[in-house]
Structure formats: structure tokens, C-alpha cells
Design a protein around this ligand. Sequence first.
Ligand SMILES: *Cc1c(COP(=O)(O)O)cnc(C)c1O
Length: 369
Amino acid sequence: MSTSAKKREPIPRNGIEIIDPYVPGKSEATGGTKTYKLSSNETPLGPSPKAVAAFQAAAGTLEMYPDGASTRLRQAIGQRFGLDPNRIVCGTGSDELLHLLATAYIGPGDEGIFTEHGFLVYKIAILAAGGMPVIADEKDFTANVDNILALVTPRTRVIFIANPNNPTGTYLPFEEVKRLHAALPPTVLLVLDGAYAEYVRRNDYSAGIDLVSNNENVVMTRTFSKIHGLASLRIGWCYAPARVCDVLNRIRGPFNVSGPAIEAGIAAINDTNHVETSADHNEKWLTILTDEIRAMGLKVTPSAANFVLIHFPNEKGRTSTDADTFLSSNGVVLRAVSSYGIPDGLRMTVGTEEANRLTLDLLRQFVAR
Ligand SMILES: *Cc1c(COP(=O)(O)O)cnc(C)c1O
């Protein structure tokens, strides 16, 4: 029986208790001499040394509240991307911003749309806001604009799209994003989650800055957790219409980004060399991993991000679960993605050369046994 039926204790709002809590990627291997964690899309190159130094320097003033508006961080981001800092809001990770957007724009009876294998935080945020999650089918593990549009009703408030998406790695070309936006009523907010935008090297891709600049109903969210290597600090930001920024600033925590996070974030965004080195490493290994794993006879969904989705056969001893067990017993932790509706898949984050080569060797052994 649900706790709310008992009426002998505080009762959460409708929808809260049907939320499946987010389960992060595992951190521990079951064997091996060393653990290679390739389960949470963390960068193998770590943060910029300048960001680490800035974080350490901030340790001297921990008794002080930070600047609640993250002014210098927004200025640094604005300068880096040519954006008006007044149209940037920083958050405790982009997860906070996704939740705030849902809270602000979705209420009971309202609908939020995301796609079949979309990032699980969207569903949690919609339900937590009291709304109804509406799920659009994908095609070839890729968001499909026509399927999304077919689900838009007068109750639709927000559409969340990760571009590229986690855990599939697939992306929508900018023409498709624009086609989607053009067909939406002006009252529907389109949220483009660009957590992996820095990794994408495709001519037909855009994280959506122009679309945000020229419209009142598009938001782009970004994070310092992936290419900047600051996942532990919890820093995200969004570029949004002035009116949306005003709304988010009314409901966010007044000091939602910590002082050390602000300082490290500024140093990270300014270290463009480090970002480029990280993107180069990723591009090189994304190709090698995709090609070599395919050569073993396994299917790999084409990825534009910093991970690959590997599919395993549905045969006893050869399934994704068997592979997960085998890899983990040899020190390599990948991400099972059945919670994303992909029971045959394991998601592998691009790691260091050492981690990548070990994983390829182990996968070869697994396939051959
Ligand atoms: C990792 C990830 C994020 C980042 O979340 P943070 O809260 O900024 O760490 C956002 N969206 C997607 C799709 C992700 O995979």
C-alpha cells in the first residue's frame, strides 16, 4: 500500500511516489586489480589544472556566501560563446535547471514530452512537477520529430530533447530541430539539453544558440560535468529568453552555485586548449571503439557524444548482462541501460587509452568464448 493511503503522516503530492529514483552508473568493479569506471560519461582527462588551482584557491573564503547571481561565471560563459550574460542562469548542475524548468512550466494536468530512450531526469522532473510524462517513439535509437509533433496537445507545456542524447549518443541535425520548433505552438517550451555539445563534430549539428536568441520558447542547457571534468562540483547553466531567466531566478536557490564552483567554472571555460584536447581525444577514440567493436560482430549505435552504446545478442551466455558481469569481474565498469528501455545494451564512456584498450581486449575475449 502506498504511504499516502494511510493518512497518518505527511502526504507527498500526486505523482511523487510513482517516480523511480534515478540510479547512477555503478562505481565499483567486482574484480580486476584496478577499477576502470566507464559508466557515468566522466572525462578520462580530468578537469583543467587551472580549474583545480582556482578551486583550491577558493578554499580560503569558505565562510563567505558566494555571489548568488554567479555574475562572473555568467560573464565568462557569455564571453566564450558570444551570449548576453543576462540571458544565462547557472545551476547546481544542469539537472537543477531541468527540474526548475519543469517546476515553473508544468503543473497538474499538464504534459511534458521526451523521447523513448531519452535522459531519465526528464521523466522525474515532469512527475515531480505534478505533470504527465508523454513519451515519443524513436527511430533507430534517434529522436523523431514527426513522432514528437504527433503528441503535442493543448496540454503540452515542455519538450525535453538531449542533443546528442544519453544513453544512445545519437543526435538530431539542426534542420530537424528547427523543423520541430517551427511546428510548435508559441506556448510550448522546447528545452535543448546540450550536455555533450562540446564533443559533437558534425557540420549539420548545432546546440541551438541561434534558436534561443531568436525565439521566446527555446532554452539550451549545458553542463560543466562532462567535457570540463567538474561533475563533482555540480555546475550547469542555461541560455534562455529573458522572461524564462526571470522565472528561473525567482525559484532557484538564492546561492545555488558554490564559491569554489564559480571559480573553477570560470577557469574551466577559459581553458579552451583543455576543452579542445579533450574533444580530440574523444573523437579519436570514438572512431576506434566504434570500428573495433563492430569488427567483433557487435552492433554499435553511431554516437556523436563521449560514449558508445553497444548491443549484445539475446543468446544465453552472450547477453549484455553476461558481458557486464565479465567486464566487471575484470575491472571494467560499463553502464547497463535497461532502465532506458534498452535491455540488450551497455553504454561505454570513452576512457583513457589504457581503459579503452583493456575494454576492447576484454570484449574480444567475451565474444570469442
Ligand atoms: C550528464 C548529463 C547531464 C548533466 O547533468 P549535471 O547535473 O549538469 O551533472 C544533463 N543531461 C544529460 C543528457 C546528461 O547525460
